[in-house]
Ligand binder design. Structure first.
Ligand code: PMP
Length: 440
């Protein structure tokens, strides 16, 4: 007879052997042992709909990824000091998706490492250290990445804002100071960059550049208003800085019509940072930049990463990009995202608690409020909904400074049944919160 791993024992060992700031999701944590496409299976083989994880971009346990990993590990796995065709093949495939001025790749092992390297490149290109970045951003767990991640340095017990970093408001056109009804909102948020640059200069820092998640995710699944990013980039460049787009959450077709979020905003970065989905579960990060920035960086010491750009990593990365194309996953993200957004907007007519629905493709946020007029964050309702969805075996996330925004970010394989199940269950769960629309 099958007996699953003892969940209570696993939990206890975890509590004994790991730091307590390694967080678990859900009041009743879930133990997941297998996955397939956008489904996961727990200790008893019960299915869960994965509406949250962006790492399994082309789906959990994809047979082509399994085959390529097995094949490469049977041959060998080595580093960038030896020639291998797969490194150039991966770079060429990735660069075919980028604007032509972005033509140099660096391969590393995580989004954090990629951002860390992007900071070094920016310093090499400008001679400066000063960074402007929106509030509530997240760029990784390394020392340098934490320095530019307000979500971490401003958290309880955090290190506080480093002197070489200046913050601007999140371009949140639902809750922030400039809102959707103001056609100037994008320009007004962008103008804050000028104040930040001045503040850095006053503190004696030369500007290195600007970094942002192109669509801020940790900040609450924000879609910046039109004109915002291109205006920011213009101001940063005029002050001598470079512009870094962290596309870890938004890149590679998730948005449907746009392969990257900077395209959707009509902005052109000097560096693009990629992570999580590009390895589909294999650790992989990439920085793509211009030949000029790469040349400035090459004036310094050799760049080397033992595992970054390994034969295995490059084959995995190339295969992920191939699968997105071969299976039409960006088109699926566009179709399923549209279905989800339409369904969520319909739910707004039934549930007072939904203050805002926003998104593009399969990058979607549902902002919950206790009253629509005051837009008071409904943090408690969001926690309740997330846990109840899990009890109905749908995995979702919660984001934003007030943790009141439901985050829906499934693998790109999700289908109409999956979307309709999310909508149906969310409708029922929201009804339980008692915050329905008054009958009309
Ligand atoms: N940038 C963004 C936008 C992220 O969401 C993350 C991870 N959540 C990172 C960087 C860091 O990536 P990693 O955890 O792979 O180091």
């Amino acid at each position: 007879t099958y007996s699953p791993p003892d969940k209570a024992a696993v939990l206890e060992m975890r509590q004994q052997h790991f730091g307590s700031n390694l967080k678990l999701s859900y009041t009743d944590p879930v133990m997941l042992l297998r996955g397939w496409r956008h489904h996961m299976f727990d200790d008893w083989g019960r299915p869960y709909l994965d509406a949250y994880n962006n790492v399994p971009h082309v789906g959990h346990a994809h047979p082509r990824i399994q085959a390529v990993v097995a094949d490469q590990l049977l041959r060998m796995n080595s580093n960038t000091r030896y020639l291998h065709p797969t490194q150039a093949e991966f770079a060429e495939k990735l660069l075919s998706k980028m604007p032509p001025h972005l033509s140099v790749c660096y391969f590393v092992n995580s989004g954090s490492e990629a951002n860390e390297l992007a900071l070094r490149l920016a310093r090499a290109a400008t001679g400066g250290r000063g960074i402007v970045t929106p509030n509530h951003g997240y760029h990784g767990n390394t020392t340098g990445a934490i320095d530019i991640s307000a979500y971490k340095f401003n958290a309880k017990g955090g290190i506080g804002r480093p002197d070489h970093v200046a913050l601007v408001d999140l371009p949140d056109d639902y809750r922030g100071p400039h809102r959707r009804d103001n056609p100037q909102a994008g320009g007004l948020y962008a103008a804050q960059v000028q104040v930040a640059i001045k503040a850095l200069q006053k503190r004696g820092h030369t500007l290195a550049g600007f970094i942002a998640e192109t669509f801020p995710s940790v900040g609450g699944q924000i879609i910046p208003p039109p004109g915002y990013l291109s205006e920011v980039y213009k101001r940063i460049r005029a002050a001598g800085g470079v512009c870094i787009a962290d596309e870890v959450q938004t890149g590679l077709g998730r948005l449907g019509q746009h392969y990257f979020a900077f395209e959707a905003l009509g902005a052109s970065p000097d560096m693009v940072v990629l992570g999580k989905p590009i390895g589909n579960g294999h650790p992989l990060g990439v920085v793509v930049t211009t030949p000029q920035i790469a040349e400035a960086f090459a004036q310094g010491p050799e760049f080397f990463s033992t595992f970054g750009g390994s034969t295995l990593s490059c084959r995995v990365g190339k295969t992920v990009l191939d699968i997105v194309d071969d299976e039409g996953l960006a088109q699926n993200a566009a179709n399923m995202g549209a279905r989800l957004m339409a369904g969520l907007k319909a739910l707004m007519n039934r549930h007072e608690a939904i203050g805002d629905v926003r998104g593009m493709g399969l990058f979607v946020g549902v902002e919950l409020v206790t009253d629509r007029r005051g837009r008071t964050p409904a943090t408690g309702i969001a926690a309740y909904v997330m846990n109840r969805m899990r009890e109905h075996r749908i995995l979702m996330g919660r984001e934003g400074p007030d943790d009141n925004i439901l985050k829906i970010r499934p693998p790109l394989t999700i289908d109409a049944e999956g979307i309709d199940m999310i909508l149906h269950v969310l409708d029922n769960v929201l009804a339980e919160t008692g915050a329905q629309m008054p009958p009309r």
